[in-house]
Design a protein. Sequence first.
Length: 125
Amino acid sequence: MECPVCLGNYNEEARRPKILPECGHSLCELCVPQLWKGGSIKCPQDNTVSLVPNIEDLKTNFAALSLIRQNIESNLNGADNSNSQVDEQNNEEEFGFNITEEDKRDYLNFRKFCIGRIKELLEKD
């Protein structure tokens, strides 16, 4: 899930999704000050104007953060199973070379490391 302004992925740190009260769309916390003008924010998705006297009062979209966490966890849990899902013939046709078992193992290990690191960063408060 990404901010419609900067296209950065939402996270639990600087890019927390903040809900615009009038339309329900979200913006990341970094982009809110850029769009806040004279006590209001015009939604970049539907042009609805939300009265926002204090940008600190915008609520965090915890539903979006929960979906992001679930997606990361399902990717973590699914990483072990993806080895059996790779069709070598399709890989050779698509990429022009065959992916070896060692390549798959390296990819899965790197993927597990990256997902684990992302999960650590999201859990850090």
